[in-house]
Design a protein around this ligand. Structure first.
Ligand code: ACM
Length: 544
């Protein structure tokens, strides 16, 4: 290309975003990092840019603001970082669970923020490597840090009373325009993410300014500002399912994959990142071998298989690293790599087969680690729970189960057949093999004819982050007529502090103090919830 033409193009892209933004396509692959829940140092961001560039991933999305901390200097509103960037505890979970969720100042608080000069430099550096940085400023929910620092932006006008902006107040939009002017000044990205997820809107119902307004009305008003600034707005999918139909807004789908297809067919640009498949805050390996994660299980191979499957619509693809349980840059790198390699490969016109990808990823992971990136060590992966990988044979397989307390419709697993179908659960409560009970569990298994028993095993899953706990008591009794019951075992179980763990309750005969029943037809199993309440999750009653 002629030098003057290159100059003209570069000049117009840098200085006249209007010329390019509306016709821009989303980057095909995006890695999102939440730097609000835990602030990550700049050096970490530079390293991620280097690695994204190396593997051809074209965009880094920074979730810059959320309740846990506002991370970008805004010159017009220094309160946002003077106060909103610092909190009273270094670890998100301590801060979030302490019931107070207070902010602090730099001298006494924990956190941090990026200055505009630092961000400008990072953006230029990334652009030089072909990586664009998409900033996200949350609106109108997830904004406790804003309404604490600038209470006039909330419906109540008081700090620490609202997670949401007042969406009926003109001042809110003036504030957002001021902020977005500074954001657009630093980030040339044609796309600016404005959040839109999980807004509670509790005060909107009673606030005289907001009454009758919906979140999508607020996002439309914001979209007008973003368009005036020459950019395209991205929102989380609540904004689309909540009724926004302006196709100039790009939709980032984190909940149902069906929404991605619908939004695409109604003409939106779409980023596909359903939490189930694309959120990297899950365990990458057996929970007992890993630092605490959000729960769930997303090993590299499953991630890759999904990304190259036909289930994925023709949208941009993103992997999202939320950092509630990711306190350090080392942790963040371990959660990101080698998983981001799956995205890099899936973006290629002809991605490798799963097996070839695995071999390539193992080689690349060694290189990443040799370069000092704290990638998860694939060479020492434990892998899925062994019981998950084959169907168990046992005396109760296929037996009918009657439930005195029903399983919950949200977690039916395979329905009434689930606890005796031979299929056991894996490391994730969402893998479709775990049946969930809200409160107590009480069920009876009919073996069809009396059988002599040697053992009964039942495994429960605990995932504290989503309020699934091990039972506080496990009781088994047997009968031949459903009238007279012989107790076999009654086991109290102390609360287990580990966040994610499986525990198998067992009755065995003959064993110390365990009676040996004659042949029996019915087995009744009761499990009591933990003192905290919550869920019980079980996968199979294995009888020998
Ligand atoms: C989200 O996970 N709330 C986008």
């Amino acid at each position: 290309m002629k030098r003057w033409l290159t100059f003209l193009l570069t000049f117009s892209l840098l200085h006249f975003p209007l010329l390019h933004s509306f016709s821009s396509s989303l980057p095909r692959g995006i890695v999102m990092v939440d730097v609000s829940r835990h602030f990550m140092p700049l050096s970490f961001l530079y390293r991620q840019v280097d690695e994204l560039a190396r593997y051809g991933i074209p965009a880094l999305h920074l979730h810059l603001t959320d309740a846990a901390g506002w991370r970008m200097e805004i010159r017009k509103y220094p309160e946002l970082t003077d106060q909103g960037a610092w909190r009273t505890a270094p670890l998100w979970q301590d801060w979030w669970n302490d019931g107070q969720r207070r902010y602090a100042d730099k001298a006494t608080g924990y956190g941090g923020y990026y200055t505009q000069d630092e961000l400008r430099h990072l953006v230029r550096y990334a652009a030089g490597l072909g990586v664009s940085i998409i900033p996200e400023i949350e609106f109108p929910g997830h904004s406790e840090e804003v309404t604490a620092a600038l209470p006039w932006l909330s419906c109540t006008g008081e700090a620490y009373t609202s997670a949401d902006f007042c969406i009926g107040n003109d001042s809110t939009y003036m504030f957002m325009e001021d902020v977005l002017r500074e954001v657009c000044d630093i980030f040339p990205s044609p796309f600016i993410h404005l959040g839109g997820d999980e807004a509670g809107g509790i005060h909107w119902r009673t606030c005289p300014r907001c009454r009758g307004m919906k979140q999508s009305d607020a996002m439309l008003r914001l979209n007008a500002i973003v368009r005036r600034l020459g950019r395209t707005m991205i929102c989380w999918d609540e904004v689309y399912t909540g009724g926004l139909r302006d196709t100039s807004v790009a939709i980032m789908v984190w909940r149902s994959p069906d929404t991605a297809r619908e939004a695409l067919s109604s003409g939106h640009q779409v980023i596909y990142c359903p939490a189930r498949y694309c959120y990297l805050d899950k365990y990458q390996d057996a929970p007992s071998t890993q630092p605490r994660a959000m729960g769930g299980y997303l090993p590299l191979d499953s991630l890759y298989c999904h990304l190259i499957s036909e289930d994925v619509p023709p949208a941009s693809l993103a992997l999202c690293l939320w950092t509630e349980y990711v306190p350090t840059e080392e942790d963040a790198e371990r959660m990101l790599w080698p998983r981001a390699l799956a995205l890099a490969e899936a973006l290629k016109p002809e991605p490798r087969s799963s097996k070839a990808f695995r071999r390539w990823a193992e080689r690349e992971t060694r290189k990443l680690r040799a370069r000092g990136v704290h990638a998860f060590d694939l060479d020492h992966e434990t892998g899925q729970r062994t019981a998950y990988t084959s169907r168990a044979r046992h005396l109760a397989r296929g037996a009918r189960v009657t439930y005195k307390t029903p399983f919950h419709s949200l977690y039916p697993a395979a329905g009434a057949a689930s606890l005796t179908d031979g299929w056991q659960g894996g490391w994730a409560n969402t893998d479709g093999r775990w049946q969930g009970f809200l409160g107590a569990m009480d069920l009876t298994i009919d073996l069809a004819k009396p059988k002599r028993l040697r053992s009964i095993d039942m495994t429960f899953l605990q995932s504290r982050g989503v309020e699934i706990y091990l039972p506080s008591r496990f009781t088994v009794s047997v009968s031949n007529d459903l009238q007279t019951w012989t107790p076999l075992t009654d086991q109290p179980h102390a609360s287990d502090p580990r966040p994610d763990v499986l525990h198998t309750f067992r009755w065995q005969s003959p064993g110390p103090g365990t009676p040996s029943p004659g042949p029996v037809r019915y087995i009744r199993i009761e499990a009591r919830p933990d003192a905290l309440g919550g869920w019980l999750f079980a996968d199979e009653v294995v009888v020998h």
